[in-house]
Design a protein around this ligand. Structure first.
Ligand SMILES: Nc1ncnc2c1ncn2[C@@H]1O[C@H](COP(=O)(O)OP(=O)(O)OP(=O)(O)O)[C@@H](O)[C@H]1O
Ligand SMILES: [Mg+2]
Length: 265
């Protein structure tokens, strides 16, 4: 994924599941949804899923927006929150106004009314609101816990988009409230050792990683994943042991590196 993709967000609405989405894409997200449901305790009436990664532009917001859609499609009442108050993008996926009131106004007390908006049947979105000077303080405030407790009474699942853990630690501020984290890995640019280091750091402070998503994976570039070809660019590798996945990923990255070097010769 090229860096300028981060700035050019005009086509993000086209990257959200709809009736015209290719089978491989909708199937990838449906499988991710199923695996997440298996990884969630059965007695959790409203799981709170969060997402992070090592670096920017690994596909977190895209995965979160689509997962939220995927859950809403099976009749779950879903709340998707843009918790990335530094570089918010969720508004884009659903053609919402960037400046609409959202999480930062709720947490700072500027807004007290409900700001969630239903963007698809069963799918409600709370955008980040105006970029505040103190996102970490707002996320760690008692108000955030209070709101989460309220939302848990109203929704069947909550999805929180966050900035990359390798850049700011906003995502773990609320780790006690999070059922589990999804960790996105950008194929070809995230190094396996950075992934393992970041996941390890999160675990040390009690964050539960439910699994990893290897995004933007080009099956043609790596023979070791040839059996996953049908999953196209949204390959999902959920399993009980993400460490094994990361080890597999390392092998894949090494294979890619070798291939690149060979091609350069
Ligand atoms: N598998 C994919 N194929 C094509 N484009 C993708 C894919 N995944 C993400 N993108 C695009 O790449 C850009 C970055 O993705 P996204 O915003 O989801 O990453 P992010 O990890 O949330 O970034 P940030 O760290 O800035 O929040 C977006 O324009 C998104 O539409
Ligand atoms: Mg994002």
């Amino acid at each position: 994924m090229k860096k300028n993709k981060r700035k050019n967000r005009s086509h993000d609405t086209a990257k959200v599941l709809d009736a015209k989405s290719p089978f491989a894409v909708s199937e990838g997200f449906n499988q991710l949804r199923t695996n997440l449901m298996y990884a969630t305790p059965a007695d959790d009436a409203c799981p709170v899923y969060a997402i992070t990664s090592v670096r920017e532009a690994s596909g977190k917001s895209t995965v979160m927006a689509n997962l939220a859609v995927s859950f809403s499609q099976i009749g779950k009442r879903v709340l998707l929150i843009d918790g990335d108050m530094r570089c918010p993008t969720i508004y884009n996926y659903f053609s919402l106004e960037k400046r609409r009131k959202g999480l930062s106004e709720l947490l700072s007390g500027i807004e007290t009314e409900e700001v969630a908006t239903e963007v698809r049947p069963n799918l409600f979105v709370i955008t980040s609101g105006r970029i505040p000077p103190n996102p970490s303080e707002l996320l760690s405030s008692p108000k955030m816990k209070e709101l989460l407790a309220e939302w848990k009474q109203t929704y069947d699942a909550i999805f929180l988009d966050f900035p990359p853990m390798g850049v700011v630690s906003d995502c773990v501020i609320l780790s006690d409230e999070i059922t589990g984290y999804i960790f996105t890995i950008h194929s070809g640019s995230d190094q396996a050792n950075s992934v393992l280091f970041t996941i390890d750091a999160m675990e040390q402070i009690g964050a539960k990683i439910l699994g990893t998503v290897l995004n933007d994976f080009d099956p043609k570039a790596s023979s070791s994943y040839s059996s996953y070809n049908y999953r196209s660019r949204y390959s999902t590798y959920y399993a009980s042991s993400y460490v094994k996945q990361a080890a597999d990923l390392q092998k894949s990255l090494e294979a890619e590196e070798k291939k690149e070097k060979k091609d350069q010769k």
